[in-house]
Write a protein of this length. Structure first.
Length: 624
């Protein structure tokens, strides 16, 4: 029996108990579902990109929360929601730097085995980044099932790549409880991981598969738990966004008792306010108890279900959903640290490998409002690589452009920025600039398509009303910085007073306006080229060149090593089109932007204040 908090509840429940016993039922029980998501091989409270401890992440801390809950709750289930084997440099180290040996499994899988996970699912990053045998090593080493209901075999679509679902048997107060657990992954993974997946598997759309399989799981089990490696949006059902982030529509399928969400690296309950039928306080979506526990082990998702067996059938009476965030005070568990130890140290040694020097500090502080050193160095390196690759052959006559986004530019919080000091550079610095394990890809597009590409980027901005008085925030908080591609090799302006889709003006190549009859090569990454971020020309066209195994980060490392010393001073080839606002145009960024602004004499930026989230709020002079 679980503990009662106060006497009146206890009396009420005793009455309910007596009544239900007379009806042939047993007492209500509590089942606690604990969920991690998007762990990305963050075993330790450590940020390898910054090469310093981060006390608010790491499975060694999440595991402490898991142990606490287990000590309080008799009946628990521990699930993981995918994206666990890849992402941190420790994961890269196991794949590439000092690869896993035959029969060896990932450190995170060893830690999950130790922790006693009941089940996990396939996230997009289990499959898209590396050849499939990297995931298969995890699947072979895991002592828990890894399920997925929408990954099928390419040569026989009626066969699943891994079990679509599992039925777990739990004994609760002497009674058997069957918990059916099914998982889903965004179908776009197929495009993001085309090189690794095509011809091997097919990833079907989530909703049709969910509608087909969830009733089947429900028939075989007492409770249904969905591992939705998918975010939450109420965008139209058939939109790219909702097909990727399908949780809102999954929740509307009958028979689901609890849903674990992820992929967005967001938090629920708490986040996703103001969506119809989403209760961000209670943690329900169309009444289904649902949780999303951040990323990198930053939180543990907890769903308490009060369940009762009546006339041979288990029913959920009530639910309570919360996320327990990891803090500085949360202990890092020795058991996980022991498993991570050697690989953790080897990863730090790797991160500290020197590769060259930069004359200029590289930060993303201003990357969403003006040309910046962080996108500059990526574009310079990509163009350097492409000029060599395309110096002869079929495409050698085409001008080369390059696209890059500031991946860490303050969307999450004030600590989420690229910060590389001038002076010596290490491999860790390059991962701070280019955080993803993307592979290079090259598109061939005409001038009109290049503008379409930039129009999608320009959704980074809110539409500013030049006649409005007071403050207007320039940056769209819903827009992900990793989709803010800026393109090098052309010049253009962004008119933020115009509605989206009409913002790119004065776009020129060598002084000539960009038109449909100009052709370009544009260097990007496989995520973008595969349609990631929903950039129209990339959704519609395939890359013309995408060599397997060549990563954008590797190209940047090669570039710095080849040059010895780099100086990624922005070229300011793009800018916000000047206008005269009646009020003030503001943007949010790192709280210490002024130090950087003063060091490099950057005009037109003044700090107004620091906001409640610790972000600096700045006045941007848009008049010239
Ligand atoms: Mn993820
Ligand atoms: Mg994901």
């Amino acid at each position: 029996m679980f503990k009662r908090r106060n006497i009146s509840i206890s009396l009420t429940l005793t009455l309910v108990l007596l009544l239900t016993i007379s009806l042939g039922a047993i007492a209500a029980e509590k089942l606690t579902i604990m969920a991690t998501t998007d762990m990305h091989q963050y075993l330790m409270p450590y940020d390898y990109m910054a090469n310093e401890p981060n006390e608010e992440v790491g499975f060694s801390k999440t595991y402490t929360k898991i142990k606490e809950i287990r000590s309080e709750s008799e009946n628990t289930l521990l699930v993981d929601n995918g994206d666990f084997i890849q992402g941190s440099l420790l994961g890269l180290h196991e794949y590439q730097i000092d690869p896993l040996e035959e029969g060896e499994t990932q450190s995170i899988v060893k830690a999950y085995n130790m922790a006693g996970f009941d089940v996990s699912t396939i996230g997009n990053h289990e499959l898209q980044d590396y050849p499939m045998d990297f995931f298969e090593k995890a699947n072979a080493g895991a002592k828990f099932p890894i399920v997925s209901g929408n990954v099928v075999m390419a040569d026989n679509e009626s066969e699943y790549y891994v079990d679509p679902y599992v039925i777990l048997d739990k004994e609760i107060n002497g009674e058997n409880l069957k918990i059916g657990v099914i998982g889903f992954v965004p179908p776009q993974t197929m495009r993001w991981g085309k090189d690794n997946l095509e011809g091997n598997v097919v990833i079907k759309d989530i909703l049709p598969k969910a509608k087909e399989l969830i009733p089947e799981v429900a028939k075989k089990s007492d409770l249904v738990v969905v591992l939705s490696h998918s975010g939450l949006t109420s965008a139209p059902k058939d939109s790219y966004d909702a097909r990727e982030n399908a949780s809102y529509y999954i929740a509307q399928i009958d028979g689901i008792d609890a849903m674990i969400m992820g992929h967005h690296h967001g938090e629920f309950p708490g986040g996703y306010k103001d969506i119809e039928n989403v209760d961000s306080e209670k943690g329900t979506i169309f009444g289904v108890p649902s949780v999303m526990a951040g990323s990198w082990g930053s939180a543990l998702g907890v769903i308490d279900l009060e369940i009762e067996k009546q006339n041979g059938e288990w029913n959920v009476i009530s639910s309570n959903v919360r996320i327990e965030k990891i803090t500085k005070e949360t202990q890092s568990s020795a058991e996980v640290e022991a498993i991570a130890k050697d690989r953790h140290q080897a990863t730090i040694d790797y991160v500290e490998t020197p590769i060259g020097e930069t004359e200029r500090e590289i930060t993303s502080y201003l990357a969403r409002v003006q040309d910046s050193s962080v996108t500059q160095i990526v574009n310079k390196a990509q163009m350097w690589w492409a000029e060599d690759v395309f110096s002869s052959g079929e495409y050698s006559d085409l001008p080369i452009l390059s696209a890059a986004a500031p991946f860490q530019a303050g969307r999450e919080d004030a600590s989420y920025f690229t910060e590389v000091d001038s002076g010596d550079m290490t491999i860790g610095d390059v991962t701070d600039i280019y955080i993803y394990d993307n592979e290079i890809a090259v598109m061939q597009l005409n001038g009109a398509q290049v503008i379409q590409w930039l129009e999608r980027s320009a959704e980074n901005y809110n539409q500013i009303d030049p006649d409005a008085s007071g403050e207007q925030e320039l940056l769209n908080p819903e827009f992900s910085a990793y989709n803010y591609d800026v393109i090098e090799g052309i010049e253009y302006q962004v008119d933020v007073t115009k509605p989206k889709g009409e913002r790119i003006v004065n776009a020129t190549y060598n002084g000539d306006p960009l038109t449909e009859d100009m052709e370009f090569l544009i260097v990007t990454n496989g995520y973008r080229a595969g349609g990631g971020g929903n950039f129209k020309p990339c959704v519609e066209e395939d890359p013309v060149y995408a060599p397997s195994g060549v990563t954008n980060r590797g190209i940047i490392i090669d570039y710095i090593q080849a040059k010895g010393t780099v100086n990624p001073t922005p070229t300011y080839n793009w800018s916000i089109k000047p206008f005269e606002p009646a009020g003030t145009v503001t943007f949010r960024s790192h709280p210490e932007v002024m130090e950087y602004v003063n060091e490099y004499d950057i005009p037109g930026i003044e700090k107004l204040r620091t906001d409640e989230n610790g972000m600096g709020v700045y006045d941007l002079d848009v008049t010239n």
